[in-house]
Design a protein around this ligand. Structure first.
Ligand code: SF4
Ligand code: MG
Length: 326
């Protein structure tokens, strides 16, 4: 079953000079069943930290301070270590920017994927777990991600494969356990443009086949436009806008989203005409009072410097957190 992911009022904090700092501040976010949700923002906005919380991998002294992370009716925040370990790499799979962070350089790829299969056999296998059954499942996973000559590459070492193929192997390893949720954190950032498009297309088609939900984390709005069904824009630890991807590009409501779109290169846009957003994401210790974007916002008003804006709806399924609306 896949009931999707629902994050409610999640706060992640770290110790600061005078008490704990909410680096992720009361965010709420849902990834529907079979949906690809793009979580987009500049680096330092808290996107990866949010994903890390879903996996319950936040290193102390960082901690989930408040909120719920519901996956298929269970709250991940309250699960014990054993239950969370069973979830990781099983019902919740993840792929990262660097495949070599997940692949062991001195083990054959087939053995590595096979280990994941064995670990989660009770959920995904049928009958007794045998070597032949595991190998068949591994081979099928390599074929599913379109690795050419999978039956010979199954015995290759990671370094014998190109970066694009390594990324496919990592996806095979993530998907072999039939996750209900795939978390992909900048999965194509290190790849060249052609391979990027192929990998994103692969993620979409695997979602179509398996019905899993995907949380796609990226700083690149182009990736969101091409891949995600809906997008959530994150700034300084808060979600500032949520909309279907096409709607977000057509009718952005938050000044930050405007800036992101304006600074996203398009094939038809000459380099010199890009308008990057002035400034950068504030460090957690110095987020301004009121709206966290007020130090960079071209539309800033007096109220923005004192009052934190509420979330309001600008269209069905389109919400924004800004005093210009609602
Ligand atoms: Fe800009 Fe004010 Fe809206 Fe914040 S609330 S984005 S400062 S207009
Ligand atoms: Mg990141």
């Amino acid at each position: 079953s896949n009931a999707g992911l629902s994050i409610r009022d999640l706060t992640i904090s770290f110790p600061g000079p005078s008490g704990r700092l909410a680096v992720v501040n009361r965010i709420s976010l849902a990834v529907e069943p079979r949906e690809i949700l793009g979580l987009v923002g500049e680096s330092g906005s808290g996107k990866s930290l949010t994903a890390t919380a879903v996996l319950r991998l936040i290193d102390p002294p960082g901690a989930i301070e408040d909120g719920a992370i519901m996956l298929d009716g269970r709250d991940i925040v309250g699960l014990d270590e054993r239950a969370i370990r069973a979830l990781r790499g099983g019902e919740v799979a993840m792929i990262w920017q660097d495949p070599m962070a997940s692949l062991n350089p001195v083990r054959r790829i087939g053995d590595q994927i096979g280990e994941a299969v064995r670990l989660h056999w009770r959920r995904i296998g049928q009958g007794r777990c045998t070597k032949a059954k595991v190998r068949a499942m591994v081979l099928k996973s390599l074929e599913t991600v379109n690795i050419p000559e999978a039956s010979s590459r199954i015995d290759a070492y990671p370094h014998q494969l190109s970066g694009g193929l390594q990324q496919r192997v990592m996806i095979a390893m993530a998907l072999v356990c039939r996750p209900t949720l795939l978390i992909a954190d900048e999965p194509t950032t290190a790849l060249d443009v052609t391979i990027q498009a192929q990998i994103l297309e692969l993620v979409r088609s695997l979602r179509d086949e398996s019905g899993m939900s995907v949380l796609l984390i990226t700083h690149d709005l182009g990736t969101v436009a091409e891949t995600a069904d809906r997008a959530a824009v994150m700034y300084a630890g808060e979600i500032v806008e949520v909309a279907p991807s096409a709607e977000l590009f057509k009718n952005p409501a938050h000044p930050y989203t405007f800036g992101l779109i304006a600074s996203t290169p398009r094939r038809s846009t000459a380099r010199g005409t890009l308008r990057p957003i002035f400034g950068s994401v504030p460090e957690p210790g110095v987020v301004p009072q009121g709206c966290r974007f007020n130090t960079r916002c071209p539309k800033v008003m007096d109220v923005c410097r004192t009052v934190s804006p509420h979330v309001s709806a600008v269209a069905p399924g389109h919400t924004v957190r800004c005093h210009l609306h609602g």
